[in-house]
Design a protein around this ligand. Structure first.
Ligand code: CTP
Ligand code: MG
Length: 235
């Protein structure tokens, strides 16, 4: 069983001038936190971090961890980076039937317990699955047109979940699904698998496993990780 961290993005929405995976969060580069959570899961024999070619910053974060390796084969989109990382895994000893957990570097508050919960729920499943959260808020659809945003309609939230990562699938099945969906925009692995007519498992995640996208998210992640460390007696 493997993990793959796509970390080849530029963080354009955050606009910090540095890819967000290297911004300091709770005193460490963001990438260090999800990497530690995945390393805490002994089932994962290798954690592959996909970066852009020539990006040397990740090497320092990985340090001397034998199970953490760099794959400098990132592509122009998240899906392209994931697909390239799967190819890298297959060229470096993994089999198409092995499981891979794909986890965003930007979901830096993931816990080892949540990763284990996903593995336990999916390991005997035919398809695999993802961490996700049932929606709690009332949903509004915006009216089309110019001027200030106004409500067009309230959308029933029953049965709706927010997808998170990790997402856990067989390497070969996921590679084929991504290849088959190369002509449309894919923002997570599960949607590529769904495109094959398969039905991934929805495994309850955690609210703290949000994706750092905008500046406010960075502050929240910092607070979550510092509070957790303090609760463990670290601060
Ligand atoms: N990612 C990647 N390769 C890309 C684009 C994104 O590996 N070409 C990774 C990011 O590094 C991140 C994850 O996919 O860990 C989720 O993507 P996102 O949150 O969109 O990060 P960025 O693409 O870096 O941010 P933005 O969209 O704001 O530019
Ligand atoms: Mg992006």
């Amino acid at each position: 069983m493997y993990a793959l961290i796509p970390a080849a993005g530029s963080g354009s929405r955050l606009g910090a001038g540095v890819p967000k995976q290297y911004l300091p969060v709770a005193g460490e580069p963001m990438l260090a936190h999800p990497l530690r959570a995945l390393l805490g899961c002994e089932d994962l024999r290798r954690i592959v971090v996909v970066t852009q070619a020539g990006d040397e910053s990740a090497r320092e974060v990985l340090g001397s961890e034998a199970r953490a390796v760099l794959a400098p084969c990132g592509g122009p989109s998240r899906a392209a980076s994931v697909r390239a990382g799967l190819g890298w895994l297959l060229e470096h000893g993994a089999s198409p039937g092995d499981w891979v957990l794909v986890h965003d570097a930007a979901r830096c508050c993931i816990t080892t317990q949540a990763v284990r919960r996903l593995i336990d729920a999916c390991v005997h499943d035919e398809v695999g699955g993802l961490l996700a959260l049932p929606l709690a808020d009332t949903l509004k659809r915006q009216r089309e047109g110019t001027g200030p945003a106004r409500v067009q309609a309230t959308v029933p939230r029953s049965g709706l979940w927010q997808a998170q990562t990790p997402q856990m699938f067989r390497i070969g099945m996921l590679a084929a699904a991504l290849d088959a969906s190369a002509d449309r925009e894919i923002t997570d692995e599960a949607s590529a698998i769904e495109g094959q007519g398969l039905r991934p498992l929805l495994v309850p995640g955690e609210a703290s496993n949000f994706k750092v996208t905008l500046t406010g998210d960075l502050e929240l992640a910092d607070a979550v990780l510092r509070a957790r460390r303090a609760a463990c007696g670290g601060d």
